[in-house]
Design a protein around this ligand. Structure first.
Ligand code: NAD
Length: 366
């Protein structure tokens, strides 16, 4: 069976980091006898330059024809001081998420022991923390009606959730919990908000189908505090659009660096995998970007779109091993990192491939 992967490298450091994620997937395919077919397409500024559109029809069609999408990043500084630009790179990304119905955003927060120093929190609180956030991405207060009175004295934003919206993401979270530590924290504000009471009741209904998974309801204010106090108590966190937006930004700081954080946006048919960071124009073209977030996004692609957990773990294990060997890109280096262990993008990508290759093709010595 051929698995089709559309590769949208995008702008800035996107192509630099995507290359190593694609090469990791190619190696995984060889090692596990899978057939992955890659097809590249333009998105964002690169697409605007080529066709005038941030999401050309050819790109959308290529994504629709694929089983999963690997994305670098979009964005270019030429738009920053040009408020009159009617076509902007980020529009392409939003249009793509919406066209593919990607309602579920997954953000794993995993602490690599070797990078404990990179966080501002105490290492003993962080060690072993491994959280998977499920953020509802296409509903809630960000998509409800936004109003401002004519006199500018009153404004309101409507938080709306339908039962169906909560059900579909809750199923995703419970399914993932079954493959992990079998614990779901559902985060809401059910003591105050009607939308949260619907959320909680619906999560409880969905939970009936997963009796082996423990459900813990937590108010969002408490969850924010618990996340910093004792992140290890969490396995899967399931919550709405705005609550998760805020909680994951706080949680990302647990890991210390943007260059380490992968993400996935999934719907009923497609999954799109990308690092959390942007196109980083300040370092683009210098071969110094950290490719690990994109490589870890490729590992998520294997697990969530292709149900290849073992393959995913081998790739994550390879990243971990490279970090154990002491290698760092500049963004995750500490003052005591030896200069010869601070690697460029291509050197870091090459190290991951080297370790992955040795794991996949270990020769048996008799
Ligand atoms: P950014 O994430 O691109 O960069 C923020 C800082 O982190 C920069 O100093 C950058 O050098 C550093 N950084 C980011 N990724 C890194 C990596 N892999 N390795 C090492 N350092 C890294 O955010 P920004 O500067 O606010 O935005 C730049 C552009 O990216 C803008 O046009 C923005 O709209 C766009 N953007 C796109 C996405 C996306 O494609 N999903 C997300 C965020 C921002």
């Amino acid at each position: 069976m051929t698995h089709k992967i559309a590769v949208l490298a995008g702008d800035g450091i996107g192509p630099e980091v995507c290359e190593w994620a694609q090469r990791s997937l190619e190696l995984i395919a060889r090692g596990f006898n899978h057939e992955f077919e890659f097809s590249a397409a333009l998105l964002g500024h690169a697409a605007i330059q080529a066709s005038g559109e941030a999401l050309p029809a050819t790109t959308l069609n290529r994504c629709r024809a694929a089983d999963a999408i690997l994305l670098g990043a979009v964005g270019d500084p030429s738009y920053d001081n040009n408020p009159t630009a009617t076509v902007r790179p980020e529009q392409g990304l939003l249009a793509l998420r919406s066209a593919l119905g990607l309602y579920c955003n997954l953000r794993p927060i995993r602490i690599f022991d070797e990078l404990l120093h990179a966080s501002s929190l105490k290492p003993e609180c962080l060690q072993g923390a491994d959280i998977l956030f499920f953020r509802e991405l296409t509903g809630g207060i960000y998509f409800g009606e936004h109003q401002q009175s004519a006199d500018g004295q009153t404004a309101s934003d409507l938080m709306v959730y339908t039962k169906a919206e909560v059900e579909r993401i809750a199923h995703q979270a419970f399914k993932a919990a079954q493959r992990r530590q079998r614990k779901v924290h559902s985060v809401d504000k059910a003591n105050v908000l009607a939308a949260s009471r619907l959320w909680r009741a619906t999560v409880n209904e969905v939970a009936q189908a997963y009796p082996q998974v423990e459900v813990i309801h937590q108010y969002v204010d408490n969850a924010a505090m618990q996340l910093i106090r004792q992140p290890k108590q969490f396995d899967v966190v399931l919550t709405g659009n705005m609550f998760c937006d805020i909680l994951t930004d706080a949680a990302s700081q647990i890991t210390g660096s943007l260059g380490m954080l992968p993400s996935a946006s999934i719907g009923d048919r497609w999954g799109m995998y990308e690092p959390i960071h942007g196109s980083a124009p300040d370092i683009a073209g210098r071969n110094i970007a950290n490719p690990l977030a994109t490589i870890l996004s490729a590992a998520m692609l294997l697990e969530f779109s292709f149900d290849m957990k073992e393959e995913s773990e081998v790739l994550i294990g390879s990243v971990e091993e490279v970090l154990q060997q002491g290698y760092r890109t500049a963004d995750i280096a500490s003052p005591d990192t030896a200069i010869e262990q601070i690697l460029s993008t291509s050197e870091m990508g090459g190290k991951v491939l080297e370790v992955l290759e040795s794991k996949l093709f270990q020769s048996v010595v008799i």
